[in-house]
Ligand binder design. Structure first.
Ligand SMILES: [Zn+2]
Length: 174
């Protein structure tokens, strides 16, 4: 699998490979707009490092307009939406989360920066000094963990014990 190409569906073309600009440079990961029916997947896309906004509610037209205004690639399970003229989207076929993650990774070319974004809101994570985490996490967690980070948007505190093992497992599977 060529990790430098995005596998997206554009209009009537059932599948199109969109090469990234600089194959040798580290191209920025595409920003995503994830359709409402993929609420679990969006959290994992964020854990992989994608700037992934979640579309909770609204018409297809509003979703398409938002994606264009914000420069985001649509991720959806909706065939009709993905095949609309002028729309480029990552079309997810699987119903199960594990399979959806594999499909998204394959289409998008991997995980750009695992564990750098908040799974809840998509905000970037900043290192949180261990001393500052003491009053923010359960005592057992503080006693057993050494690395903490905090979402710059919602303040949620993360440590490697939360999602890290599951993320590692899911990024390793194909
Ligand atoms: Zn957050």
């Amino acid at each position: 699998m060529n990790s430098k190409a995005l596998r997206v569906t554009c209009g009537e073309n059932s599948e199109l490979m969109l090469p990234q600009d600089e194959p040798t440079a580290k191209a920025p990961a595409p920003r995503l707009l994830v359709d409402a029916m993929l609420g679990r997947l969006v959290r994992w896309l964020r854990l992989m490092g994608y700037d992934a906004a979640y579309w909770r509610d609204g018409s297809d037209e509003a979703l398409i307009a938002a994606a264009q205004v914000e420069g985001r690639l649509i991720v959806t399970r909706d065939h009709a939406l993905a095949h609309r003229r002028g729309v480029c989207a990552v079309l997810i076929a699987a119903e199960g989360l594990d399979e959806q993650i594999v499909e998204a990774r394959t289409a998008l070319g991997g995980a750009p920066a695992p564990y750098t974004r908040c799974s809840a809101c998509g905000g970037e994570l900043a290192d949180l000094p261990r001393a500052d985490a003491r009053d923010l996490v359960p005592p057992y967690v503080w006693a057993t963990q050494t690395q903490f980070s905090r979402c710059i948007l919602c303040g949620r505190v993360y440590w490697r014990g939360t999602h890290w093992p599951a993320l590692q497992r899911r990024l390793a599977q194909d």
